[in-house]
Write a protein that binds this ligand. Structure first.
Ligand code: BMA
Length: 801
């Protein structure tokens, strides 16, 4: 998280020495990075993600730790600039305290001139136990500040400005790691620098005015020169600020993924020899909330076009900072874009991501819904806390607001709901509501002080400003978190009972893929009730919910591997049911962000990507159900309506055929139709449910004038009802220059046909249905050159063989 536009200094990242306060441990730690990764790399502790090791490592968060290094100085007029110090820390220079800080989401600049000396200097950072610090602050607070007991096995994380899921979450390991997540360097004191480049775009017909505010230090009187798209403008810096306007005619616009190109332009700033550079996408993103008969709309309009938001929720790329690399993060975001996503919600229990994350989102066309980092707990609202929050919000808004991807700032995750979750808050809601509003208002004010024109949404879910009703069950306005299927155990069809305007969270769990399970469990633990497996399930009752759902819809899988596979099939069906239904409601619904894209460690969770980035079956299914042009089956009364959805800018003609499919593979025609689809979903063809025999499914296929085609099934009964035939699938494998082509031919219908590979890599498809004598070729690109072996699974072999 190195702030951009600052003069280069001495980089202090790299190897430091780590010790604990008792003197029991000593090893190297790489900064940026974290101490737990360092202790593991040095062999002091076992792999935290393996087996049940987590529980034996909680002591780490109960101690203070120190990182130290020497620095040779010739010039003593230097500032120490550090960001992402995690979290309650004391920084000493040559033994003298130069900073006490307590916010991982901020950066700090410390003038060292009083403490620096020529020659060897020593810098050390003491990380105070977050467990002890959180408890101390809780006790000191005049009234209780309840934390999310459902999520946090380690208490009082809400008292600290530390990544909230570090205290555990219903998908995270709980280890309260410590370290430094951003840059650490020395800069000459008083050196001229550019602190922020704030950009505001005003679009009108065929024209954009780009207003640039440069915040600079030690540059007063200098001229700022700005250049963008061959336009230049200049202004003098006065009082640390300069303002320039660049007017661009007929701009090449930036569009979200699937809507047009992600054109980025270079904004070059020069002020007295200090330069700054930003990649700018020219676009206008509006958050549209118009009152209507149902309540109020909710959606994004980009460059004047209403865009249905398709995406998922983002949590930190790894539980341990030391495991995160730009390349791995970029891979996860690439997978999101490859599945036709156009929006990612950076969820409020994690971190403001580094610049590289937003650079990747700009390049990939992933709009970012950016939460401020508060989630599921009550938070203090005393002066010191709010002052800390104000600085955090201002800094991160200034750092990120210029990004084309940045669509919306949101106050927090689920803080309105949390007012009803604790006995203390229920007993004294007035106090906690006022307490909440102080925080929320502080965040909004601080954000707008930096970016007055930005899109702001008070909370997620929220029914709108100053509306504190239930965003989990009211569907007429605002963004909804619809959790009734997972957390309340309702059936998948219940997704069809609501009409969200924008569903920003809904999820269904599965087991991680076998390749991920093997990273934390030995074969003797391959059992859903084995303690090791249970310790990699953090949602109370989660494994039971997976199993109970399987009972509801499927015959029971005999083998552990089949259970894992089937858990991913049912997760895919759940989320597909929700997304396809809500897309079919377009424009009443204008967005679906499922919970969740990624995992922080290998765990049973709602993620569609395994820890490490492998695609679970849901992610393959997402690539299909997020296809810009889609025909989907919607049961309505006695009929099954095939509805067409089109997210492209231009109208698309689709041609749809429907047949009744018997389990032996024979078919009966049920009809065909075509339709022209604009921006609203339309009915294309209706089939009477009574037209399907007891052992028949609806099979439908479409072609679109945009060149896309697809097919799907709709099974009116749970899959366990059908007497599936053994599909007898033949597999032919060919290595074509390192890309593996696997052609599958079935004799009988085969459902959710999936391949697993013995080596890491990416399949182009999975969880597809095969019809008799209609071969389908899968391709597989291995990550390394190894020769993979392929395992085939389908619904019949997993549940009936
Ligand atoms: C949501 C999120 C997370 C949580 C998820 C699954 O509401 O905001 O708090 O992990 O539910 O329970």
């Amino acid at each position: 998280m190195t702030p951009k536009g600052r003069s280069d200094g001495t980089d202090l990242t790299g190897a430091w020495t780590l010790t604990d306060i008792n003197g029991d441990y000593r090893c190297d730690v790489m900064l940026p990075g974290d101490g737990i990764t360092a202790l593991h790399a040095a062999g002091h502790i076992p792999d935290p993600y393996w087996g049940r090791n987590e529980y034996d490592l909680r002591w780490i968060g109960e101690r203070d730790w120190v990182v130290r290094r020497d620095v040779t100085l010739t010039d003593m007029a230097v500032d120490l600039v550090v960001s992402g110090v995690d979290t309650v820390a004391t920084i000493r220079w040559n033994g003298r305290v130069v900073l006490r800080c307590d916010n991982v989401h901020r950066s700090f600049r410390i003038d060292l001139s009083d403490v620096a000396k020529p020659g060897k200097n020593t810098v050390e950072i003491t990380f105070h136990s977050p467990v002890a610090e959180g408890a101390k602050r809780q006790v000191a607070h005049p009234f209780p500040i309840p934390y999310s007991t459902d999520n946090n096995p380690i208490p009082n994380g809400n008292m600290l400005r530390k990544v909230q899921c570090d205290f555990g979450w219903d998908w995270n390991i709980a280890l309260t790691p410590f370290g430094v997540g951003g840059g650490i360097r020395l800069e000459p004191t008083g050196a001229p620098r550019i602190d922020a480049v704030l950009v505001q775009q005003t679009h009108s017909d065929g024209h954009v005015a780009v207003d640039v505010t440069v915040n600079a230090a030690f540059l007063d009187g200098e001229t700022v020169r700005a250049r963008l798209c061959d336009q230049t403008a200049s202004a003098e810096i006065d009082g640390g600020k300069a303002f320039v306007r660049l007017s661009i005619k007929n701009p090449d616009l930036w569009w979200p993924n699937g809507q047009g190109p992600q054109t980025l332009h270079d904004l070059e700033i020069d002020a007295g020899g200090v330069t700054a550079h930003r990649r700018l996408g020219l676009r206008n993103i509006e958050l549209v909330t118009q009152p209507d008969t149902a309540g109020a709309s909710f959606g994004c309009r980009v460059n004047g076009r209403a865009v249905f938001a398709k995406g998922a929720n983002w949590i930190p790329a790894d539980a341990l900072q030391g495991n995160i690399t730009d390349a791995k993060t970029r891979g996860l975001l690439q997978s999101a874009a490859d599945a036709h996503m156009n929006m990612i919600r950076v969820w409020g229990g994690g971190r403001y991501e580094p610049d590289s994350f937003y650079d990747a989102c700009d390049a990939l066309g992933l709009m970012v819904w950016q939460d401020f980092m508060f989630a599921c707990s009550i938070y203090p609202s005393d002066d010191a806390f709010l002052e800390n929050v104000t600085a955090e919000v201002r800094e991160n808004t200034a750092r990120l607001q210029h990004h084309a991807c940045l669509a919306l700032w949101c106050g927090d995750n689920e803080l309105v709901g949390s007012l009803d979750w604790f006995p203390e808050t229920r007993d004294n809601r007035d106090r906690y509501l006022v307490n909440y509003d102080r925080l929320n208002r502080t965040i909004e004010t601080a954000m707008k002080s930096v970016d007055p024109a930005a899109n702001w949404w008070p909370s997620s879910p929220s029914l709108g400003p100053m509306d504190f009703r239930d965003g989990w069950h009211v569907d007429g306005q605002g963004d909804m978190h619809f959790w009734s299927v997972w957390h309340e155990g309702r059936d998948f069809d219940h997704y069809r009972d609501v009409t969200p305007r924008f569903c920003s969270e809904f999820g269904f769990q599965s087991y991680p893929s076998m390749s991920a399970i093997r990273t934390f469990a030995a074969p003797e633990d391959f059992n859903i009730a084995a303690p090791v497996l249970e310790s990699h399930q953090k949602n109370a009752g989660g494994n039971a919910r997976i199993a109970e759902t399987m009972f509801r819809y499927f015959r029971w899988p005999a083998q552990f591997e089949d259970f894992v596979y089937l858990s991913q099939v049912q997760q895919g069906i759940a989320i597909k049911t929700a997304v396809t239904h809500w897309r079919s409601l377009k424009p009443q619904c204008m967005g679906t962000l499922y919970w969740q894209l990624n995992d922080t460690w290998p765990v049973c969770s709602w993620a569609s990507l395994d820890h490490g980035g492998n695609w679970k079956l849901l992610h393959h299914m997402a690539r299909d159900f997020y296809n810009p042009v889609l025909v989907t089956a919607v049961p309505m009364g006695d009929g099954i309506v095939l509805r067409g959805v089109n997210d492209l800018a231009d109208r698309v003609d689709v041609f749809v055929t429907a047949v009744a499919l018997a389990m032996d593979g024979s078919t009966r025609d049920l009809g065909k139709a075509d339709a022209s689809i604009g921006s609203d979903a339309v009915d294309v063809l209706t089939v009477q449910a009574g037209d399907l025999g007891a052992q028949e499914m609806l099979f439908f296929a479409w072609t679109g004038s945009d060149g896309t085609s697809g097919s799907d099934i709709y099974a009116p009964h749970p899959f366990k009802h059908y007497a599936l035939n053994a599909p007898d699938i033949a597999m032919a494998v060919a290595d074509q220059g390192g890309v593996w082509q696997i052609t599958l031919t079935a004799q009988k219908p085969a459902f959710f046909v999936s391949l697993e590979a013995s080596t890491a890599g990416r399949f182009d498809r999975n969880a597809v249905h095969l019809m008799p004598d209609t071969p389908l070729t899968f391709s597989f690109v291995p990550e390394r050159g190894d020769t993979p072996a392929f395992t085939l699974r389908d619904l019949h072999t997993a549940t009936m063989a």
